[in-house]
Design a protein around this ligand. Structure first.
Ligand SMILES: [Zn+2]
Length: 76
């Protein structure tokens, strides 16, 4: 318990509590940045224009599920 998905932010070296995020940067097909970061660093990365996304851990995807249910049905 409490040891499931904790990690250390590779940018500020703080313990990541809650969601972890991956920041990547690619240029000419070469990935030269790929780190797991905490939320503040994720926001910072986005502000800097880096590619950053939430890491989906486990198989539950509530966001995708709600996306489907909220999708309006097209009436043609
Ligand atoms: Zn951080």
């Amino acid at each position: 318990m409490g040891k499931s998905m904790d990690g250390i932010c590779q940018h500020c070296y703080q313990l990541i509590v809650g969601n972890a995020y991956r920041v990547t940067s690619e240029e000419e097909g070469i990935t030269f940045l790929n780190m797991i970061v905490c939320y503040p660093c994720f926001m910072e990365a986005k502000r800097l224009g880096l590619h950053a996304q939430e890491i989906n851990v486990g198989n539950k995807q509530p966001s995708a599920q709600s996306q489907v249910s909220h999708r309006p049905r097209p009436h043609i």
